[in-house]
Design a protein around this ligand. Sequence first.
Ligand SMILES: [Ca+2]
Ligand SMILES: [Ca+2]
Length: 225
Amino acid sequence: MRNVRTLSVVSRPMLLGLAALLWGACGVAPEEENTGSVSELQVQQAALLPDQCAPVPAAQTTYGGLVYHLYSSGKTWANAKADCTAMGGRLAVPANAGADSAIYSLITDLTYIGLKQASGQSSTSAGWQTPEGYAATYFNWSPGEPNDMDGTENGYQDCARMWTTGYWDDVNCSQVSPYVCEFVNPPLQCAGGSSCALGTDSNYHCYCPEGQHYDVQNNACANGP
Ligand SMILES: [Ca+2]
Ligand SMILES: [Ca+2]
């Protein structure tokens, strides 16, 4: 049995709120004007649980105020999206060439990004959206892509994956691939003997060995339930 932490400390949400405030004041959100999707992410992260964490990534980087984590264990697009959300982030959406390059710097294999095509489109390039369902505004498709496999839109390839060339390809969403998550704030890395694992509430939490609880304020395990 693992014991979940106390909920009594508010320092982390306060920090997140301050960061969101500063972000808004500086106006550096890369796609806020076009899609609002970074605001969605801010809302998501503002609601982070005090002990909500992200598993240690295979690689990470930052760009434009965002933190990017690469996870190498393959998942379908939907499961990758859910995993990033469970960490308080989202499946990464390259909003400009700089963000695209930052994500590219992490990958070593065909890797999911956050774009998905809405169903019922008349062309292979129409209706591409962020994980929250906003219209995507930046694209870096490989020549000839997106092609829905044969050039005609039939709903077979509706999820975006980055090639090791850095360009994108539309692929079937059931393909299992590594993925990159994106965070507004640096996600909590569990320390002091605790480890980050998915809870029954579909969020990641820091957990401690049996007989201990996670002390949010000190990011460490402490004796007692
Ligand atoms: Ca398609
Ligand atoms: Ca394709």
